[in-house]
Structure formats: structure tokens, C-alpha cells
Write a protein that binds this ligand. Structure first.
Ligand SMILES: [Zn+2]
Length: 498
């Protein structure tokens, strides 16, 4: 095998232009499945939410779920798509153990929503991402490979299938190819998925949780030399966090640039992203549409949403996140830069909920972008996954504002909230972290500090009030940070100047 040149990311994007594309699957939050009445709750005992239809038993007939169609149209409208007045479901034929019917009901050449766009903001500048199509299909079951080290089929001794997920309505949102993003391609991909997630969440049609798989993303990447035709693309499957979306694009750009720079060619294939290494490895070679032998689904009537229905759904669309953000920025009094950092941190919803729970916008921003962002970064998780609720942050700030704890203690309390020790109030009580502002209790500590630092005490007596700071520090130290600094200062001044 020939040696492959390894380019740095900077070298790669200086020599090649990336084109990205994203295919996102969203599991709808309907109460029942797409073509049967089975419940859709996440985390139930395997194979307890199944029936003849979603198990593909002979003679069972599907009936389309109206709520799922409605949700798909709403997603299409929010993405500025045209809604097809008529279309048919299609059979996508393939054999896979988690597909008991040996075909998936999907949409092929007649998708429900076409030709839209989503405007996103990347580092403060707007980027328009074209939407090719939004279509509705059913999810597959879930295969669990047992006995191998990685949970993949390689090395496994047996495989188990859970059909609870089979037949849950799944919306696929496919972008048009996105050229021209250059070095920012990874950030654009992440910003798109983030915005899409927020749009879908605002519609209330899915909980869009990447860690539970209700939002799943496949990332297409290709490279071409400036001025040349677009290159061959690879499809990186099931990238399971926003951070991984960005990393997957970046690592594919680096890998492909190395292959191309060495005179090699890119194979059109599916690749797997590995969270641990941040790299992709080759999966199966990509099927083409003809492999699936699509044909119109004969067991379902065509889908023909009336113009009145579509218009009434359009009129009921909520305020979408980008518009809402502009309004919130004005309400919160954040500068463009402040708001941009909030958006980059993916903290808009969290801050909004924290403000609703009673904190000031500035305090909410301080916690989520300060201590909590640092913690998320350290542990390589998303802010939402830290186990801290907006209500807990508002409660924490309330404790600071009321003088019960100071900023230093608040950080300790927050650590304990992250560790799952309870609510801020419970933790303050359990750990005895409350600030001591009772003068009686503090006087002894103040006297000790004065006695231990006679030189400083003399300066304060001589009118150098600024020197009192060192004495305040000594008291804070001896009380383990629990003294109320303002009261301590007043007590010291009173002791030494009266
Ligand atoms: Zn069923």
C-alpha cells in the first residue's frame, strides 16, 4: 500500500474546498407508531410494544398516522418548503434483521415537502442552507450485538433484536449540497444541526434528543480542488452529538485530503464515526437507489393534504428560534457578541428557561457560559447533559442574591448539584454551607485575625482602610469561605476605628 500524506486541517482547507450535506432523521413524538396503534414510549422492555403490523406478519395492513403527517408538514413549513398536494408512500426493499417486513415504508420520488431552506448563524454571519426534501418513513428495530468488545457485529457471539422501535414515525430531512463554506465547514454543519434541532423542538413534534437517538445525523463530505468539479462524497453514519457532527466533518476533511494529496481516490461509501478517537472508519459501500427496488406502496392510499389543511397549519406555526432569539436578545439586553457566545455554547434555551425560573438574564448567562460551560468542556459533554436544570441554576442564584451563600460557596454547591447530591437548597442545608453573617459568630474570628496581624491592624487604625482587605481575607480563610465578607469588613472597621 502506498504511503498516505497526512495534511493538517489548515493545509487541507487551503488546498481543497469541502462540500457538505446533512441527512437528519427525527423520530416524531407521536403517541402511536406510523402505521399501527402500538405505543412509542422510549426505554420499555424489549419487544413489548409490537403488533402484527409492525412485526410484518402476513395479512397485516398499515394505516397512516394523521398526527405524523401533520408533524411532517409542520416541519416542512418551518423549513420554508413547498408541500406536495399529492404523493405516495414507497416500499424500500432490503433485508436486515431489524426490518421484519424486509421492506421499509418510506417516500421516494414523491416526498411530502420539497425545496426549502433554513437560515442559520455561524459566528455571527448568516448562512442559508438549502433543504432538498423532507419525507416521512418508519423507523427500524434495534439490533444489539453481544460478545464483541465494541458492541459492533465484528467479534460478537450473538445478536438480539428489539422491535419496539420498528414502525415509529421517522422524518428524514435532507439538505442540498452546501459548497463554499471553506474552513468553516465543520462549524456550519454543527450550527445547522443545532438550528434544526431547535426548530423541531419549538414545533413540539419531537424531543430531538441525540443521546437517545430521536435525532440522528449522517454527514456527507467531499473535497475538490478550487475550480474543479465536486469530489466523491462519503457518508458518515449516526453521528450522535452536536460536537461529533463538527468533529466528523473535520476528520473526514483531513482524511480525504491525505488520500487525494497522495494521488489516491475517494470511494463512495458509508463510514462510521468513533467518539473515542474522533476518526471515521470504512463501513459498507453505499447502496444506490436501484439496489432498493423502490415501488409505490400498494397497501396505502395516496397522501393528498388539502391546501386548507396546509394553510391552517402554516398559520399556527410558533415563533421560530431565529426570530425568537432576536427578540430575546433585545429583552435580555445582550450585546451581539454576548448573544453570539450564548448561541455558540448552545445555551439559548437553557438561559431562557433559567430566566423563566426567576434568574436575571445576566446571572443566567454567567452560570451557563462560565462555570457550567467549563465543566461541560472538561467532561466533553453537552450543557444539557450535565444534570443541572435551569430551575437549579435560578435557585442557586436566588441563594446568592439573598446572601445565604456567596459566589465561592455557590460554585461548591454547583459541583454538588452536578454530582447529583440534590437541589441547591438541600445541598446548602446538608453540607452546612450557609454564609455566616451573624455578628456574634463572626466577632471571635475577626478578633483572632486582628490579633494575628498586628501590623495590618495598625495600618487600618492609622486610617489606611484599604488594608482591611487582608484582614477580611484572613477571616474568610479561617471560616472556610463561609463568612459574609461585607459584614466582616464592617466589623473590622468598627473594631479598629471607633
Ligand atoms: Zn404495531
Amino acid at each position: 500500500m502506498s504511503t498516505v500524506t497526512q495534511l493538517s486541517y489548515e493545509e487541507a482547507v487551503a488546498r481543497f474546498e469541502p462540500v457538505i450535506g446533512l441527512e437528519t432523521h427525527v423520530e416524531l413524538g407521536t403517541n402511536t407508531k406510523m402505521f399501527c396503534g402500538c405505543p412509542t414510549a422510549f426505554g420499555a422492555e424489549p419487544n413489548t410494544q409490537v403488533c402484527p403490523v409492525c412485526l410484518g406478519l402476513p395479512g397485516a395492513l398499515p394505516v397512516a398516522n394523521r398526527a405524523a403527517i401533520e408533524a411532517t408538514i409542520r416541519i416542512g413549513l418551518a423549513l420554508n418548503c413547498s408541500i406536495a398536494p399529492w404523493g405516495r408512500f414507497a416500499r424500500k426493499n432490503y433485508f436486515y434483521p431489524d426490518m421484519p417486513k424486509n421492506f421499509q415504508i418510506s417516500q421516494y420520488d414523491e416526498p411530502l415537502c420539497i425545496d426549502g431552506y433554513l437560515d442559520i448563524d455561524v459566528e455571527g454571519s448568516p448562512v442559508r442552507i438549502g433543504i432538498e426534501r423532507v419525507h416521512l418513513e418508519e423507523d427500524t428495530g434495534k439490533t444489539l450485538h453481544v460478545g464483541g468488545a465494541t458492541g459492533r457485529i465484528h467479534g460478537a457471539t450473538e445478536s438480539l433484536v428489539d422491535y419496539n422501535r420498528a414502525g415509529i414515525p421517522l422524518v428524514e430531512i435532507v439538505t442540498k449540497p452546501v459548497p463554499g463554506t471553506g474552513a468553516r465547514a465543520p462549524e456550519v454543519a454543527r450550527a445547522y444541526v443545532t438550528e434544526l434541532r431547535d426548530v423541531i423542538r419549538s414545533l413540539g413534534v419531537s424531543d430531538v434528543r441525540m443521546e437517545q437517538g430521536s435525532l440522528r445525523c449522517d454527514v456527507n463530505t467531499s473535497l475538490n480542488r478550487p475550480g474543479a468539479d465536486w469530489g466523491t462524497r462519503t457518508e458518515t453514519k449516526n453521528v450522535n452529538s452536536l460536537r461529533s457532527v463538527e468533529r466528523a466533518v473535520r476528520s473526514e476533511i483531513i482524511r480525504q485530503s491525505g488520500v487525494l494529496e497522495s494521488g489516491g481516490t475517494i470511494t463512495q461509501e458509508t463510514r462510521h464515526f468513533h467518539e473515542d478517537t474522533g476518526e471515521t472508519t470504512s463501513g459498507r459501500s453505499k447502496e444506490t437507489a436501484t439496489d432498493y427496488r423502490y415501488f409505490p406502496e400498494p397497501d396505502l392510499v395516496p397522501l393528498a393534504p388539502s391546501a386548507e389543511w396546509v394553510e391552517s397549519l402554516r398559520s399556527e406555526l410558533p415563533e421560530l428560534p431565529r426570530v425568537r432569539r432576536a427578540r430575546q436578545q433585545a429583552e435580555w439586553g445582550f450585546s451581539d457578541l454576548d448573544m453570539q457566545s450564548v448561541v455558540n455554547a448552545g445555551a439559548v434555551e437553557l438561559i431562557s428557561a433559567t430566566v423563566t425560573a426567576g434568574a436575571t438574564p445576566a446571572a443566567a448567562r454567567k452560570w451557563w457560559l462560565g462555570e457550567l460551560a467549563r465543566k461541560a468542556n472538561e467532561t466533553e459533554t453537552e450543557l444539557e447533559s450535565l444534570g443541572v436544570t435551569p430551575a437549579a441554576v435560578a435557585e442557586l442564584q436566588g441563594l446568592v442574591d439573598s446572601g445565604k451563600i456567596n459566589d465561592k460557596l455557590a460554585r461548591q454547591v454547583l459541583e454538588a448539584v452536578i454530582a447529583g447530591e440534590g437541589t441547591p437548597t438541600e445541598i446548602v442545608a446538608a453540607r452546612g454551607l450557609e454564609v455566616v453573617s451573624d455578628e456574634g459568630a463572626l466577632t471571635a474570628a475577626v478578633d483572632e485575625a486582628i490579633a494575628a496581624n498586628p501590623d495590618i491592624a495598625a495600618k487600618v487604625r492609622d486610617g489606611k482602610v484599604a488594608a482591611a482587605g487582608a484582614l477580611v481575607g484572613a477571616v474568610m480563610k479561617s471560616t472556610g469561605g463561609k463568612a459574609d465578607a461585607k459584614t466582616v469588613r464592617e466589623l473590622i472597621i468598627a473594631r479598629l476605628t471607633s
